[in-house]
Each structure stands twice: as structure tokens, then as C-alpha cells.
Design a protein around this ligand. Structure first.
Ligand SMILES: Cc1ncc(COP(=O)(O)O)c(C=O)c1O
Length: 390
């Protein structure tokens, strides 16, 4: 069978997901008949605005927020930037210290690095071997100059879930009132989030990780928390995010949120555990990265000794199976993943890591097929590996 006609299995849903056909269907009218600008006063504009406000209420409801606390953005990256840069810009007099972790997504890490170049002091907290932030380390890092803590809800590479409630309690204890932002791009709709109980102030979300369209996301901004806009223009999104709203994208985002349900999460968890068990039993010299118990329902991250993750990825791709590695190609060198290094993996183990991320469309038959193909591919690569032996 040639490559084009080969059966393809997509296990890279942490990178992006297939847009659900029901989402596409919900979006279509807003690109054809109802294409108005939500700021216009005529009926086209009113239809667009109504659809946007309905979507805002759906997204707010999913995290027990008020609709007025949801700001639409172009995705997780922009939400992270708006939260962090917007907050420090609006709260300049209060301090210049930020706390984050070593294993954040680049949307947070590089924003913090930028702020360091502007004179802010940033503490990058370590994480445990299981990929969990220590509350004592957080407590110890806080100074009277700390204004913002940004800690992700679930890690995108290893799926480890952070104790957001307790992190919020530390930020708010002793009348500290430190602002807490959390990147919830990977956890939103997969884990329950209730902002009426968890004292998080800002939360980043993205549609394309949950079968919604790319290029749309949201920032939850707790009432009373002040941030400044990063972009200048009209008065859209409470004067915080100007630009004509992406109505079709926003409607698709809300539809994707509506479609997520507990049954699917249970099914993904079952398939995730089947995949972990199958790999641990079927392939020698492997290590599961991340936490056994505090793990996203769709994440499996494994290090394979004596193989390069890239070779493994390409060999699996040739078999029609799409996964991702723990390495990122940089222009000069093959850098091991900062997330895997943060949990204490040696660079050679980090290089031999694969991430499999499942979705509602993943089937048991697909997992069976991966478990049949993978041991053979790993063996073939190990047989010719210069890393083995010696
Ligand atoms: C944890 C996390 N934060 C932020 C982002 C960026 O989101 P977006 O692609 O919507 O900009 C991603 C996407 O990979 C992510 O996994």
C-alpha cells in the first residue's frame, strides 16, 4: 500500500486535534449567511453579536465564571501573553517579582524571559520527578515584591496535573493577594475547573486542543483584576483585545466545549491506560514519564532507552502512526525537551522519548495496532543503534 492510501492513526492530539464535524457545521453559517461584524448596528451585526455572547456564556459556564469575565483571543499563546504582560503592565507599582515553573509552555516561559530583559526578576520553580510543583518551594519563593504566579494546570508534554487549588491557597494566604495565572490549555474541559471555588485569577484556554478551530481561544479574567491591553485599536472585548471578532471561530469554540463529556474522558482514560500497560509489557527498557495518578486522560509519555525519538517518530510515521517527540529541533543543535530535563531525565533519555496523545476519535483498535507495530519498530532501531551495547 502506498503512503497516501495507508491507514493513518493520529496520536498527536496534544499538538492539535481534528476539528469535530459538528463544530464545522456550527461554524459554517457564520461564514456564509451570518457574516456580519459584531460591532455593526444592523441585523447582520446583531446576529453576530448574539452568537458571540451565547458562546461567551457557554465558555464561562464551563468554568463557573461570569460571561463578562471571558475575553476572546487568538488562542493559548495570546491568552498567556495578555495575562502576564497585561497584568504586570497594569500593576507596575506593586512589585517586580514573578514566579513560574521550569516546565511551562514557551508561551509563558518566553514571556517571562522577555520580562527579565525589562528588569523583572523571575523565579523558575523546580518540579518533582513526577512533574508536580512543590508547594513548599512556591511558599519559599514568595517575597514582598512578588506580584504574579503563573503555573500551568496540566503539562503539555507529560500530562502531569498541578494542585491548582492548593497553589491558589498559597498565593492568597496571609492576605498576600498575589495574582495567580494558570495556563489551562491542555486541561480545559478534560479536568473540572471551578473558578468560584479555586482562587485562580486568570486562566488561558484554546479551542484547537479540544476539537475546535485553530486561531481562537480565551482568557478568563476574574472581576476586579486589572490588566492592560497589549494591542491598540477599537473598543472590542472590554477594551482589552481590539480587532473584529472571529465569530465563526468563537461559535466553533463554544460548540467544542459543549461537546466534551465525561463518558469520552472515561473512554480516553481507559485507552491511555491500555497503551501504557501495553508498552510497559511489550517493550523492554522503557520508562513512563510523568505521574501515574495525576495525569491527563489523554497523555502517554515514554522514554525508550537506546533509540532516538526522532528516528522512532519517523519510523512510526512511515507505518502511518503520528506521535511527537520530547525533542525540539533548534537551528544548531537537537535540544532535549526542557520539560523532560526539568523532571530530571538525562539528555539521552529525553532524546529517546515519545508522546502519544489521544482524543475522542481514538479507538481501541488503533491502540491495538500501535501496540503491535511499536515493539517491532523499536527492536529494528535498537538492532542498528550505536547507543546500545558498549
Ligand atoms: C500548555 C500550552 N499552552 C499554550 C499553548 C499555545 O496555544 P495556541 O496554540 O492556541 O497558541 C499550547 C499549545 O501547544 C499548550 O500546550
Amino acid at each position: 500500500m502506498d503512503r497516501e492510501n495507508k491507514r493513518r492513526i493520529y496520536l498527536d492530539n496534544g499538538a492539535t486535534t481534528r476539528t469535530d464535524p459538528r463544530v464545522v457545521e456550527a461554524m459554517l453559517p457564520y461564514m456564509t449567511a451570518e457574516y456580519g461584524n459584531a460591532s455593526s448596528l444592523h441585523s447582520f451585526g446583531v446576529k453576530a453579536r448574539d452568537a458571540m455572547e451565547k458562546a461567551r456564556a457557554t465558555i464561562a459556564n464551563a468554568i463557573h465564571a461570569k460571561p463578562s469575565e471571558i475575553i476572546f483571543t487568538s488562542g493559548g499563546t495570546e491568552s498567556d501573553n495578555l495575562a502576564i504582560l497585561g497584568f504586570v503592565s497594569a500593576n507596575k507599582g506593586r512589585g517586580n517579582h514573578i514566579i513560574t515553573t521550569r516546565f511551562e509552555h514557551p508561551a509563558v516561559l518566553n514571556t517571562c524571559k522577555h520580562l527579565e530583559s525589562e528588569g523583572f526578576r523571575v523565579t523558575y520553580l523546580p518540579v518533582t520527578r513526577e512533574g508536580i510543583v512543590g508547594l513548599e518551594e512556591l511558599e519559599m519563593a514568595i517575597t514582598d515584591r512578588t506580584v504574579l504566579v503563573s503555573i500551568m494546570h496540566a503539562n503539555n508534554e507529560i500530562g502531569s496535573i498541578q494542585p491548582l487549588d492548593r497553589i491558589a491557597d498559597v498565593c492568597k494566604s496571609k492576605s498576600r493577594g498575589i495574582c495567580l495565572h494558570s495556563d489551562a490549555v491542555q486541561s480545559f474541559t478534560k479536568l473540572p475547573i471551578d473558578v468560584s471555588k479555586t482562587r485562580v485569577d486568570m486562566l488561558s484556554m484554546s479551542a484547537h486542543k479540544i476539537h475546535g478551530p485553530k486561531g481562537v481561544g480565551a482568557l478568563y479574567l476574574r472581576e476586579g483584576v486589572k490588566i492592560n491591553r497589549l494591542v491598540f485599536g477599537g473598543h472590542h472585548e472590554r477594551d482589552l483585545r481590539p480587532g473584529t471578532e472571529n465569530i465563526a471561530g468563537i461559535v466553533g469554540f463554544a460548540k467544542a466545549v459543549e461537546l466534551m463529556n465525561r463518558t469520552e474522558i472515561a473512554s480516553m482514560t481507559k485507552l491511555r491506560d491500555m497503551l501504557i500497560r501495553g508498552i510497559m509489557e511489550g517493550v523492554s527498557d522503557v520508562v513512563l514519564n510523568g505521574s501515574q495518578s495525576e495525569r491527563l486522560c489523554n497523555n502517554v509519555n515514554i522514554s525508550f532507552k537506546y533509540v532516538e525519538g526522532e528516528s522512532l517518530l519517523l519510523s512510526l510515521d512511515a507505518e502511518g502512526i503520528a506521535v511527537s517527540t520530547g525533542s525540539a529541533c533548534s537551528s544548531r543543535s537537537l535540544e532535549p525537551s526542557h520539560v523532560l530535563l526539568s523532571i530530571g531525565l538525562r539528555p539521552e533519555m529525553a532524546h529517546g522519548s515519545l508522546r502519544f496523545t489521544l482524543s475522542r476519535f481514538t479507538t481501541e483498535e488503533e491502540i491495538d495496532h500501535v501496540l503491535e507495530v511499536l515493539p517491532r519498530v523499536v527492536k529494528r532501531l535498537r538492532d542498528i543503534s550505536p547507543l546500545k551495547g558498549g
